[in-house]
Design a binder for this molecule. Structure first.
Ligand SMILES: Cc1cc2nc3c(=O)[nH]c(=O)nc-3n(C[C@H](O)[C@H](O)[C@H](O)COP(=O)(O)O)c2cc1C
Length: 223
């Protein structure tokens, strides 16, 4: 979501009282600092940085994560095995560490790695999908397996859906696809138009958006 989860969108979410997240993978430490400074200039609210570790230069990982942790309140990881070393770097920088997970096993690993909270991503999710089962079933398994707060992600695009996830025990929700249509996301107008025109049955589960994701299980996307 690197282009869509822009500083402007993260700041707007933070201004509205949510936790705005900026994707910073693929950026150098200096670029990460600049991105997060741009968010801070637009809001006094709470925001965080998101890393998909496979896109971070291994040589720059500690510095990238340390810079993010020093500049925001949350560092959020997705699509790699939970790593206690990364969590320690986040904590040393004074931020909270979060891992978005797709299974009970991954949730337990993330909690054991020291994460402060988790995001359980069900198969309904847009973007790259880690979850292999429906959100409610996954959430139920994860909540029973860990003691840290758990947010729910996948198919939540309305207040009603958010209320359902909270009623199912989630401590909060992550919303992705719904915000692609937000003006602040800066998505191409054709994308926004298609999204607004789409109905639930138009959802596809595909790997056509997985270029560079080392295709195979765990690299599919909903679009
Ligand atoms: C266009 C798009 C790009 C995404 N990019 C990222 C990303 O860079 N990092 C990440 O952790 N999650 C990413 N996600 C997944 C979200 O974190 C979240 O799991 C998902 O959007 C929740 O499902 P929903 O789209 O139905 O709300 C992306 C989702 C979408 C729709």
């Amino acid at each position: 979501m690197a282009d869509l989860s822009s500083p402007r969108l993260a700041a707007a979410v933070a201004e509205a009282g949510g936790l705005g997240i900026v994707s910073v993978y693929g950026a150098t430490p200096a670029q990460i600092a600049a991105l997060l400074d741009t968010v801070r200039a637009q809001t006094t609210g709470v925001f965080g940085a998101n890393f998909i570790m496979r896109f971070v230069d291994p040589a720059l990982v500690p510095e990238c994560v340390a810079v993010a942790a020093a500049k925001d309140k949350v560092v959020d990881f997705f699509y790699s095995d939970p790593d206690a070393t990364l969590v320690e770097i986040v904590h040393a920088g004074g931020a909270l560490a979060c891992w978005q997970v797709g299974s009970r096993e991954e949730a337990v690993a993330a909690a054991n790695a020291g994460c402060d909270f988790l995001i359980a991503q069900g198969i309904e999710a847009g973007g790259h999908v880690r979850g292999r089962i429906g959100l409610l079933a996954l959430l139920s398994e994860v909540l029973a397996a860990v003691d840290v707060p758990v947010l729910a992600a996948g198919g939540i695009g309305s207040g009603r859906a958010m209320a359902a996830a909270l009623a199912a025990g989630a401590d909060g929700v992550r919303v992705g696809t719904r915000f692609v249509a937000a003006e602040e996301a800066g998505a191409h107008p054709a994308y926004v138009q298609a999204l607004i025109a789409a109905e639930a049955q138009d959802t596809v589960y595909t790997d056509v958006f997985s270029v560079g994701w080392h295709t195979g299980p765990g690299s599919r996307s909903t679009g």
